[in-house]
Design a protein around this ligand. Structure first.
Ligand code: BES
Ligand code: MN
Ligand code: ZN
Length: 500
């Protein structure tokens, strides 16, 4: 996709279509809407007057008009922006994505969007707009041999009146990297599990690392055995597919962070979760191909980091494992020893995410991580609690949790904190080992998952994101296809950039 920054003469942009946001209850009596209304013969005013289009978020209205000889575009799309009072920078991105998806459907190849800053920062708006336009083009049709989407937005131009062309262009490029990285994450999450097993996931990470200049190391089972990762390895025992620990390292040329500080992003990469011997019911099991979404988020975020080159180091770790009920599979009641020496009684082999994260998180800290954010499609319980609208965040350091929530707010991703604490930790005490991998029955499922992982954090500041409800969208939105959402990629990138 090509990107352009325009700072004057929006109407004359060299594109097929123009797009502009309209706030709720806005009329075409002034400003850019007035100019466009004149351009298309008064149809904006009449459409608003007829209440056919009210400027509600997600609403659109489309016009085809005659060129006046000067302007190249002959199409105009109005996109509802909702209440002006609630308008945020991240909404500008959603608007851009909505316009891009809508116009692509109409076989438009190029469009210019007039940014409505309304107090927002032009660079931030440009970045989120470009990211969303790129992300809006993602489709689930990779494995279709017919009915594939063959329409493409080839050029996206952003108009910022009186803006700085270089700044806007740079911000659009940043946005393109972020959007591509989100789509990288989404492609991984969408892959069928016969294609994307742990070895393939590791290969894709390695190839990506080479392309963007990250270091990449893959720990195989022999190496993990040596490191004593009995918890992680207990999950792969029932599968013919060997487990892989993917370790990605970003080191800036010149660091501005505090000396000795290292942020680690750690992802659950269960490439398929049958439940193991504690097998899941058939209905809905197919969804468990997305059980590697946490790992995919780490890989996509590290890709963006490699390309955007922040001035702080970041470690990315993915525990890539398949959870199958083969004849060597772990049995409920087996006891294993994790790499930190703790013994774990496995009472449910379907609570496998925490088992692989245990060794991954401990490894991150051994590698020098002082702050750890792990992310996982860890519990069905979080879907009951928060639906698909908020990611649960839990942690041992309130400042880190607050930072994540704030970065999420800025990027348009919602996080909601759940508590942890000694009383919850007591619930995973085992009768015969140090801890057990389930506890409390149906009580506090998401918290129990988190406090289990916490047992493997020593001194690091740590936060856990349960993305089971937010990593996959069951329905399409005006700005994006249904399916994998790449949730948390943008928030984590923001977190990294803020610690510069
Ligand atoms: N991958 C699942 C969590 C999950 C369930 C995500 C449904 C999305 C939809 C995880 O490995 C799992 O099976 N968790 C169990 C834990 C239980 C056995 C304590 C769950 O949530 O039922
Ligand atoms: Mn499971
Ligand atoms: Zn799982």
């Amino acid at each position: 996709m090509k990107f352009q920054a325009i700072t004057d003469n929006f109407q004359d942009a060299d594109v097929d279509a123009l797009a502009v946001a309209v706030f709720k209850d806005e009329n075409a009596a002034s400003g850019i809407l007035k100019d466009l209304d004149e351009l298309i013969g008064g149809h904006i005013a009449s459409t608003i007057k007829s209440e056919e289009f009210k400027g509600e978020a997600g609403e659109t209205a489309y016009f085809i008009f005659e060129s006046n000889g000067k302007n190249k575009a002959s199409r105009l799309l109005l996109v509802g922006a909702g209440d002006r009072a609630d308008y945020k920078t991240s909404d500008a991105g959603i608007l851009a994505g909505t316009a891009a998806r809508n116009l692509r459907k109409r076989n438009v190849k190029s469009f210019a969007l007039a940014a409505r800053l309304d107090g927002a920062d032009a660079s931030e708006v440009a970045t989120t707009a470009a990211a969303n336009v790129v992300a809006s083009q993602f489709e689930l049709d990779k494995y279709k041999s017919s009915d594939k989407n063959d329409r493409k937005i080839e050029t996206f131009a952003l108009f910022v009146e009186g803006g700085n062309v270089k700044n806007i262009k740079d911000s659009l490029t940043r946005g393109e990297i972020i959007g591509d990285s989100m789509n990288f994450t989404r492609d991984l999450a969408n892959e069928p599990p016969n294609v994307l097993h742990p070895t393939e996931m590791a290969k894709r990470a390695e190839k990506m690392a080479k392309e963007v200049g990250l270091k990449c190391e893959i720990l195989d089972e022999a190496k993990m055995e040596k490191l004593g990762m009995g918890s992680l390895l207990s999950v792969s025992k029932g599968s013919d597919q060997p487990a892989k620990m993917i370790v990605l390292r970003y080191e800036p040329k010149k660091s501005t962070g505090k000396r000795g500080e290292l942020l680690a992003l750690v992802g659950k990469g269960i490439t398929f979760d049958t439940g193991g011997i504690s097998i899941k019911p058939a209905e809905g099991m197919d969804a468990m191909k997305y059980d590697m979404s946490g790992g995919a988020t780490v890989i996509g975020t590290m890709r963006a980091i490699g390309l955007l080159k922040p001035t702080v180091p970041v470690l990315g770790i993915v525990a890539a494992v398949e959870n199958m009920p083969g004849s060597s599979a772990t049995r409920p009641s087996d006891v294993v020893t994790a790499s930190n020496g703790k013994t774990v009684e496995i009472l449910n082999t379907d609570a496998e995410g925490r088992l692989v994260l245990a060794d991954a998180v401990a490894y991150a800290e051994k590698q020098g991580a002082t702050r750890i954010v792990d992310m996982a499609t860890l519990t069905g319980a979080v879907i009951i609690a928060l639906g698909d609208l908020n990611t649960a965040v839990l942690g041992n350091d309130q400042q880190l949790v607050d930072e994540i929530i704030e970065c999420g707010r800025e990027m348009g991703e919602n996080f909601w904190q759940l508590p942890i604490g000694k009383e919850y930790s007591k619930m995973i005490k085992s009768d015969i080992a140090d801890i057990k991998n389930i506890g409390g029955g149906r009580k506090a499922g998401t918290i129990i998952g988190a406090v289990f992982i916490q047992e493997f954090v020593k001194n690091a500041k740590w936060a856990h994101l349960d993305i089971a409800g937010t990593a996959w969208s069951d329905d399409a939105k005006p700005h994006r296809a249904k399916g994998p959402t790449a949730i948390a990629v943008r928030t984590l990138l923001k977190l990294v950039e803020k610690s510069q």
